[in-house]
Ligand binder design. Structure first.
Ligand code: FNR
Length: 378
């Protein structure tokens, strides 16, 4: 009997039957084949290593268009070559009995012109520059100050929705089991949602209903492609990553979650603000609001919580009904067999931050699994 009976109990997500609740969080690793942002055999091996039967895995954030790219070597889902590349990944995951959703990404202002010279300046809801001292990545992995983004014209927004729709169709062609709309962590849809970055005066600004309009247009388009049972949405209320903020997160995100609840999507995925800039190694800040506690009642479906969890705190959170499943990021980077380690209550490898972004198999596919020969001794 595992120490974590709830973490290792089955869960229905949409129409998928998971055998446990240890979810792979979406993790940008910047190792696609260049040029072309194409997933490759090494990426397939990485996902395969992290697959267990009946597990839910979320892919790294994946740009829906050239304009939506914010980081060098992040993969895309807007070309035929990328679809072929992703098939390597989905086939590897399915061969081990896992399920994988593709995280659909447009970074908005969190970009740099050098990544998409043909589309010019990064775009956003409004011409507000990221001003928290964080840096943009250029095409050659240099870190430079952010450019002031160009606000999207109202007339351009149907084109953005169309890009999401096409990306969702491509995800289907690539063999994914569903898609997660990335509306968290200060990227384009979050830039529309939160009033620190949205100063628009058209039908996509000012009121909460207006700021959430683009997200719902995207969700509805993606649901048309996939059906509601195969669509999740990631949100990060109170998150400051990307110099974000909102004057009333409770009102904004309660509304968004209630609307998503009414759409009966497969799941909502909330990032706890206590992790801050997780990729940058910020310590856990337990004085931050607990979003799974605050927003649980706003969403009737499956809630996935992420951010700073251990097996013990994940088990407690599920036991207290604040979440139905928990996604793990950094621990999954360092422990390809994380669910098995949790199940057996064994020690964990430590993640090495210096190899999170870019590079080769070092710090990617070379973290050791438990010695299979000891499996029967536990
Ligand atoms: C992330 N995170 C992230 N989130 C997301 O929605 N899409 C992504 O592509 C990424 N990429 C990413 C890369 C790396 C290297 C890190 C460390 C984090 C955030 C991630 O999904 C998760 O919310 C945080 O890591 C917090 O969870 P842990 O790491 O405390 O379990």
């Amino acid at each position: 009997m595992s120490n974590y009976p709830r973490l290792f109990s089955p869960l229905k997500v949409g129409d998928l039957h998971l055998s446990h609740r240890v979810v792979l969080a979406p993790l940008t690793r910047l190792r696609s084949t260049q040029p072309g942002d194409i997933p490759n055999h090494l990426n397939a091996e990485y996902y395969s290593q992290r697959t267990s039967p009946g597990a839910l895995m979320i892919s790294e954030a994946t740009q829906i268009s050239r304009q939506g790219k914010g980081y060098p070597a992040a993969p895309g889902i807007h070309s035929a070559e990328q679809v072929e590349g992703w098939k390597l990944v989905t086939e590897a995951v399915h061969a081990k009995g896992g399920f994988i959703f593709l995280q659909l990404w447009h970074v908005g202002r969190a970009s740099h012109t050098s990544l998409h010279p043909e589309t010019g300046l990064p775009v956003s809801a409004s011409a507000i520059v990221t001003a928290d001292g964080s840096k943009a990545f250029t095409a050659d992995f240099q870190q430079v100050p952010f450019e002031t983004p160009r606000p999207l014209e109202t007339s351009e927004l149907p084109g953005i929705v169309a890009d999401y729709r096409r990306a969702a169709e491509n995800a289907k062609a690539a063999g994914f089991d569903g898609v997660e709309v990335h509306s968290a962590n200060g990227y384009l849809l979050d830039q529309f949602l939160e009033d620190k970055t949205n100063h628009r005066t058209d039908a996509y600004g000012d009121s909460i209903e207006n700021r959430a309009r683009l997200l719902f247009e995207v969700v509805d388009a993606v649901v048309e492609v996939w059906g509601k049972a195969r669509v999740g949405v990631r949100l990060s209320p109170y998150g400051k990553f990307g110099d974000m903020g909102d004057s009333n997160p409770v009102a904004l995100f309660s509304y968004v979650l209630q609307q998503l609840s009414a759409r009966e999507i497969a799941y909502a995925h909330l990032v706890e603000p206590r992790v801050g800039a997780a990729g940058a190694g910020a310590p856990i800040d337990d004085s931050q609001p607990r979003t799974s506690h605050i927003f649980r009642k706003a969403f009737a479906g499956v809630l996935i919580s992420a951010g700073g969890y251990t097996a013990k705190t994940a088990e407690e959170t599920i036991a207290e009904s604040y979440a139905d499943a928990v996604a793990f990021g950094r621990l999954f980077i360092a422990n390809p067999d994380l669910p098995e380690r949790f199940r057996r209550n064994t020690e964990l490898n430590t993640p090495d931050r210096s190899s999170f972004y870019g590079g080769s198999e070092k710090g990617y596919t070379d973290y050791p699994s438990l010695d299979q020969s000891t499996a029967t001794l536990q």
